[in-house]
Design a protein around this ligand. Structure first.
Ligand code: ZN
Length: 189
C-alpha cells in the first residue's frame, strides 16, 4: 500500500484545474487505492487528486475518524485505523444542489498547521461516479458537506484560504508563506 507524497502549498499543481475522468482504468483504480491509504495515514478526512500530483477529477472522503474522535474521550491514535466502512470515493464529483450557510473551522493537508473559519453551504447534494462506474448521489450536511465542498474546490485549483474575506486571506497567506518559506506566485483568485 504505497503512500503518496502530499504536495504542500504553494506547489503550482494545487492551482491546476483538473480534467474529467473519461475512462475508469487500472491506473485510476490504483490512484483511488493510494489516495485512500494516503488520507488515512496522514491522517485526514478528505483528499483530492491534485494534492498527490494528479490532475484527474477524483476525491476520497471519510469523516468517520473525526466523528469517532469527537464522540469519544479516547485519543484519535487509539481509534485509528478506521475500518473504511464509510470511505467515499467519487470520480467527477459535482455539487448539484446546495442550501444554507455555516461557518466552521477548516484546515488542509496541503497547508499543514493552519486553520481558519470558513463559510460554506450547510447542505449539499453531490453527484459522481463510483469505481464501478455507477452514478452515486449523496445528500449531506454540516461536516460531510463541508469536506465535499473543500475537496471539490481542490479539483478547480481553489484552496480554503481563497474562501476567506480579502483581509483575512492576505494576513493568513503572509503567515503561511512565512512559515513555509515560499511565496505563491500565480494564485487563481
Ligand atoms: Zn485541502
Amino acid at each position: 500500500m504505497p503512500k503518496l507524497k502530499i504536495l504542500i502549498y504553494p506547489d503550482p499543481t494545487l492551482r491546476k484545474k483538473c480534467s474529467p475522468v473519461e475512462e475508469i482504468d487500472d491506473d485510476l483504480i490504483q490512484l483511488l487505492d493510494d489516495m485512500a491509504d494516503t488520507m488515512y495515514e496522514a491522517p485526514g478526512i478528505g483528499l483530492a487528486a491534485p494534492q498527490v500530483d494528479s490532475t484527474k477529477r477524483v476525491i476520497v472522503v471519510d469523516i468517520q475518524p473525526r466523528e469517532r474522535a469527537k464522540e469519544s474521550t479516547e485519543e484519535l491514535e487509539i481509534l485509528l485505523p478506521p475500518d473504511r466502512s464509510e470511505l467515499i470515493e467519487l470520480i467527477n464529483p459535482e455539487i448539484v444542489f446546495s442550501d444554507g450557510e455555516i461557518v466552521g473551522e477548516e484546515g488542509c493537508l496541503s497547508i499543514p498547521g493552519f486553520v481558519s473559519d470558513v463559510k460554506r453551504k450547510y447542505e449539499v447534494t453531490v453527484e459522481g461516479y463510483s469505481r464501478d462506474g455507477e452514478l452515486i448521489e449523496i445528500q449531506c450536511e454540516d461536516l460531510l458537506a463541508r469536506v465535499f465542498q473543500h475537496e471539490i474546490d481542490h479539483l478547480d485549483g481553489i484552496l480554503f484560504i481563497d474562501r476567506l474575506g480579502r483581509l483575512k486571506r492576505e494576513l493568513l497567506k503572509k503567515k503561511i508563506e512565512k512559515v513555509l518559506g515560499k511565496e505563491e506566485k500565480h494564485a487563481v483568485l
